[in-house]
Design a protein around this ligand. Structure first.
Ligand code: G1P
Length: 292
């Protein structure tokens, strides 16, 4: 198979965010601010740092705010310009994806992550692509998708991010069956979505970043519902593994899962503490609150 670079990323953002209701009743969960910017902003930045040129958002109803966020805001920009707020204006403009670099497709029914990814097939076409699950913010010195992409350039095939979870949590995730480790990569022997603890092949969970070959779309096309009655990406990857190699790459940084109320709080605090301008004040606020 000739090597092709990864230029496109699929971001499944159709989920209803029921675990963080009522905050998500009218606001997409991806737009909730994690410290000073929407969660989705961090994920798009991570993709950009990996050289991604085109972002395919798989959306649903009530998600228009995401589309607006990645567009210029004429009135706002004109006002900032008139007021001489040049630094802020330049920051907003610098954050914008290139013209034509975002596509939006709808997932019309909540049939699962595999189905969401399949909805992007026409826009991705016949080339390898990344998938980033926007609930998972991954903090590390080197943006992790970029590290995965470098590994992919050597190994080819498919590369997915994994990390260890306590054994009693394996049933909430996709879990891999690891083989030999070579350098940064773990050969994969299998994977299973949301196994019972007794059936889990390891405690290495699939943690929300994938580089996949386009043949995954053929596997998804045929994929029957699996765990939770949903069309699972993990099941289709297992099928693809019969013809295309899979490697896992262990994420050693900090994963912040914004999909639950306390996870969202943890993410906000983590980014607040790390903020060069406000970090010290955030620490002080937390210490004062803890004193009661
Ligand atoms: C999805 C994937 C699962 C992965 C998880 C990471 O599950 O299906 O393999 O481990 O994301 O968060 P979900 O969280 O959508 O149930």
């Amino acid at each position: 198979m000739p090597f092709k670079p990864v230029r496109k990323a699929v971001l499944p953002v159709a989920g209803l965010g029921t675990r963080v209701l009522p905050a998500t009743k009218v606001m997409p969960k991806e737009m909730l601010p994690v410290f000073d910017r929407p969660a989705i902003h961090y994920v798009v930045d991570e993709a950009r740092a990996a050289g991604i040129e085109h972002f395919v958002f798989v959306t649903g109803r009530n998600k228009a705010a995401i589309e607006d966020y990645f567009d210029s805001a004429f009135e706002l920009e004109a006002t900032l310009e008139a007021k001489g707020k040049t630094a802020l204006l330049n920051e907003l403009r610098g954050d914008l994806p290139a013209p034509g670099a975002c596509s939006f497709v709808r997932q019309q029914a909540p049939l699962g992550l595999g189905h969401a990814v399949w909805c992007a097939r026409d826009i991705v076409g016949d080339e390898p692509f990344a998938v980033l699950l926007p609930d998972m913010l991954m903090r590390s010195p080197v943006p992790f998708l970029a590290a995965m992409n470098r590994a992919y350039e050597t190994a080819g095939g498919n590369v997915i991010a994994v990390e260890e979870v306590p054994m009693d949590k394996v049933s909430s995730y996709g879990i891999i069956a690891p083989g030999a480790t070579k350098g940064d990569l773990i050969e994969m022997r299998g994977m299973v979505e949301k196994p019972a603890v007794k059936d889990a092949p390891s405690n290495l969970m699939i943690s929300g970043r994938y580089i996949l070959q386009p043949e995954i779309f053929d596997a998804l096309e045929e994929q029957k519902p699996g765990a939770g009655g949903e069309i699972q990406l993990t099941d289709a990857m297992l099928k693809l593994m019969e013809t295309s190699p899979f490697h896992a790459m262990r994420f050693e940084g900090q994963t912040l899962d914004t999909g639950s109320k306390t996870g969202y709080l943890r993410a906000t605090v983590a980014y607040g503490l790390a903020d060069p301008e406000h970090g010290a004040e955030v620490r002080q606020i937390l210490e004062t609150l803890l004193k009661g």
